[in-house]
Design a protein around this ligand. Structure first.
Ligand code: UD1
Ligand code: UDP
Length: 380
């Protein structure tokens, strides 16, 4: 059996890697050696638990308020030892985290082919998102098989003179994961969320964590949320807080004591997607949420200056609003009070996948390693 090693470390990678791990485990060709770096801890374990994935290796590298260089060096050092012992035939990394790029570099230096899931996303600004735009560009340089989620991401890679034969368009595995969980309507672990959903009140669901927004921009987000909550007592604001203490210190002081604001710990994926489906407005700087919410027909206001995910922007369900306090206040207010503005954005679109991205991924890996053929491109 050929050894394929998925390497991941954060919540979003775990969600998007889970369908690939499952498909590899079901394949007759591959032994799947699940390796987590532990860049995240609780937020990573939460996803593995949900999908019933037990890692074969766990580098457990997380540190409080960790630095990018710390994550990079601890990952490369840990993986290098594992590669010596396990000798994988290929590794697969996902997206643009530091775990992902460190995994690609460590494998490349050992002569192990790198498979890159969610390849070819580009914001065209090396500092935003930081460091993800640089991470994914670096990974593309040393990847043997590029799994582009859409034809737009394929075109981005071709523009960078990546050999088209090494690119497959798979769709994004986040849609595989979403379809797997969203229909189950799991119970909420916090009773207050059941009450909120049952109340019939409008819900604004918020997530924020981006490094380039930390500091004053994120405090502006907190101030805007505080004002929105005061001005809209009949609307409920739900914020599952990222575990990062830097994020919590910036945003949460502005929300204390407000009856219509509910701050929770990170929600398990099934609960979060249930809340996505129940919410009216999504306010986020997340990458994955920009892919999921449109398929549920939810308007998404993105607190960033640019996006590497233009497809839902073009479809009109996503709007870039930046992090200016006044702009956040006015854009959320418009979606809460202007029915026409709401209807214009609340369209279910699915530009990111059809739920079969993991099958295309495994077929493409089989082709790379000489034991099969790839499937036709997603959307071909
Ligand atoms: C990282 C990724 C980012 C991704 C995000 C997803 C990089 C450079 N950044 O963000 O691309 O969008 O994860 O959420 O790879 N912490 C915990 N427990 C957890 C997770 C985090 O305590 O389960 C705390 C720790 O103090 C940690 C801090 O949060 O040091 C920051 O975690 P980190 O992975 O470094 O966050 P980002 O780089 O902001
Ligand atoms: N998510 C979750 N629980 C939460 C918040 C988000 O399961 O409380 C999921 C969300 O559905 C999406 C992913 O986490 O799939 C996004 O992770 P994050 O925003 O941390 O990272 P990004 O996508 O920006 O890299």
């Amino acid at each position: 059996m050929l050894k394929v090693m998925p390497i991941y470390g954060t919540r979003p990678e775990a969600i998007k890697m889970a369908p690939i791990v499952k498909a590899l485990q079901e394949s007759e060709h591959f032994e799947c050696i699940v390796t987590v770096t532990g860049q995240h801890r609780e937020m990573l374990d939460q996803v593995n638990d949900l999908f019933g994935i037990k890692p074969d290796h766990d580098l457990n590298i997380i540190q409080p308020r960790q630095t990018l260089n710390g994550v990079m060096t601890r990952t490369i050092e840990g993986l290098d030892k594992l590669f010596e012992e396990d000798k994988p035939d290929a590794v697969i990394v996902q997206g643009d985290t530091t775990t992902s790029t460190a995994g690609a570099i460590a494998a490349f230096y050992r002569g192990i082919p790198v498979v890159h899931a969610e390849a070819g996303l580009r914001s065209f600004d090396i500092f935003s998102p930081f460091p993800e735009e640089a991470n994914r560009k670096m990974t593309s340089q040393i990847t043997s098989l590029h799994l582009a989620p859409t034809s737009t991401s394929r075109a981005n890679l071709e523009r960078e003179a990546i050999d088209p034969k090494t690119i497959t368009v798979t769709g994004n595995t986040v849609i595989d994961a979403l379809l797997n969980v969203v229909e189950k309507k799991v119970p909420y672990s916090e009773p207050v969320l059941e009450e909120i959903e049952a109340s019939g009140k409008k819900i604004v669901l918020i997530t924020t964590h981006r490094r380039e927004n930390q500091g004053e921009a994120m405090r502006g987000v907190g101030r805007a949320l505080g004002r929105l909550a005061d001005e809209n007592p009949d609307v409920v604001f739900v914020l599952p807080a990222h575990k990062n203490p830097v994020v919590r210190e910036a945003v949460l002081p502005f929300l204390e004591g407000k009856a219509n604001v509910t701050v929770t710990e990170p929600l398990a994926y099934g609960e979060f997607t249930r809340m996505l489906a129940a919410a009216n407005v999504i306010l986020t700087d997340s990458g994955g949420v920009q892919e999921e919410a449109p398929s549920l027909g939810k308007p998404v206001l993105v607190m960033r200056e640019n996006t590497e995910r233009p497809e839902a922007l073009e479809a009109g369900t996503v709007k870039l609003i930046g992090t200016d306090e006044e702009r956040i206040f006015s854009e959320v207010s418009a979606l809460l009070h202007d029915a026409a503005a709401y209807e214009a954005m609340a369209n279910a679109v699915n530009p990111y996948g059809d739920g079969k991205a993991a099958a295309r991924t495994v077929a493409a890996i089989a082709e790379l390693l000489g034991v099969g053929e790839r499937l036709p491109d997603y959307g071909a």
